[in-house]
Design a protein around this ligand. Structure first.
Ligand SMILES: [Zn+2]
Length: 381
């Protein structure tokens, strides 16, 4: 997702939070605080709030664990995982690629809710063992009981059989394995998903009208989010099963300037790089592109020598990848990763129009993909 903040890396999977996540933590903490104040009358307001903030953070910790279960299973089955993002409605695992078998999709989708249910059972067992025989629990136990209930709820809610919930994917994989008809399976799961989303939206409005203002609005919002996700899933299913198309046009940097292999390094540095408009300069030798010139390449040489060096002598000559402006950015990304190179020449017909960089495409793709092909999980307060 665009403008997400990377916070760490677990098992080789990048973990990020979207700015909207902070809103969710605040809202959930607020909800838990009032829940605690109502349930445990011996807790002071500040105690309820402290427990609520820890509870909200731990709830997202649980969501992260749920996403890790998806992502790690996916990685073990050979799928690519771009990362996990926590956002206002929960978490998203950015899993790319296509499931070869219905069984693989089933395993990846089921791993999340299964981990939530197991975690919930563990928390509730701890609660059973240590709960007070009379009176209110201590703060930590109050949080543990809440986390137990929420994880069970998270597991059960995500098993509802409609896209984009995990249950929708489980459901789809079962129909797919059974009928051998992948697009039929997608259509059914997406339609059930839309139905569920509308039901949730309706229930949210009902709660709102009956005085549960914040809870109702929250639920209606989740319904709307699920609705749009289910719709885009159905659209993708109708088009082709290959998944999302991200136009390369949106992910490239136009590079008006190229360098000739005979140009002097100092001229390219002063004339192009120093202006800041272009960091990567395609290099042409006898009319043929031979590589990319970047400031990093010449950092190996003392600046005093730059006016003696030709661009052709410092540029890393490498097998070049040329792609068309009309290509799908996801395919270009795959090609760059497979060849372990950072840049590709972008052509419009026969004209060189720009450079596609691995980082720029990754950033664009993860933004455009968020909510599309990803699996989404929604915790509720
Ligand atoms: Zn999930």
């Amino acid at each position: 997702m665009k403008s997400s903040i990377k916070i760490g890396r677990i098992s080789g999977i990048d973990i990020a939070v979207h700015p909207t996540w902070f809103l969710a933590v605040a809202f959930i903490a607020w909800t838990i605080a009032s829940l605690f104040e109502q349930s445990y009358s011996s807790w002071s307001t500040s105690q309820a709030w402290i427990a609520a903030v820890f509870g909200a953070l731990a709830l997202f910790g649980s969501v992260l664990l749920h996403e890790l279960a998806h992502s790690i299973t996916a990685k073990q089955l050979g799928l690519k995982v771009d990362g996990i993002t926590l956002f206002i409605f929960g978490g998203v695992s950015q899993i790319r690629g296509k499931y070869e078998r219905a069984r693989d999709e089933f395993l990846v989708a089921f791993a999340g809710p299964l981990s939530s249910l197991l975690l919930g059972v563990v928390f509730l067992l701890v609660w059973q063992v240590y709960k007070p025989t009379s009176g209110d629990p201590v703060l930590l136990l109050g949080i543990i009981f809440y986390l137990g209930l929420m994880n069970i709820l998270l597991g059960v809610f995500n098993l509802l059989p409609g896209f984009p919930l995990d249950g929708g994917r489980v459901f789809r994989s079962i129909i797919w394995g059974w009928t051998k008809n992948e697009s039929l399976a997608t259509r059914i799961a997406a339609n059930v998903g839309q139905l569920l989303a509308w039901a949730m939206f309706g229930l949210g409005i009902y709660r709102f009208v009956n005085g549960d203002i914040m809870g109702g609005i929250w639920m209606a919002f989740i319904g709307m989010f699920l609705q749009s996700a289910a719709r885009s899933e159905r659209r993708a299913g109708r088009g082709e099963s290959t998944g999302t198309v991200v136009p390369l046009r949106a992910a490239i940097r136009r590079t008006p300037k190229v360098a000739d292999a005979r140009d002097r390094v100092s001229d390219v540095m002063d004339g192009i790089i120093a202006h800041g408009e272009q960091q990567v300069v395609p290099v042409i030798e006898n009319g043929t592109p031979i590589g990319f010139f970047t400031a990093e390449d010449v950092a190996r040489f003392p600046a005093a020598d730059w006016h003696n060096l030709s661009v052709g002598s410092v540029v890393r000559r490498q097998p070049l990848l040329a792609v068309q402006l009309t290509d799908n950015a996801l395919d270009v990304l795959d090609a760059l990763r497979t060849r372990q190179i950072r840049y590709a020449m972008v052509l419009d017909g026969n004209d060189l129009v720009g450079v596609a960089s691995l980082e720029a495409i990754e950033a664009t793709v993860s933004f455009m993909n968020s909510g599309g092909g990803a699996s989404a999980d929604s915790p509720r307060a």
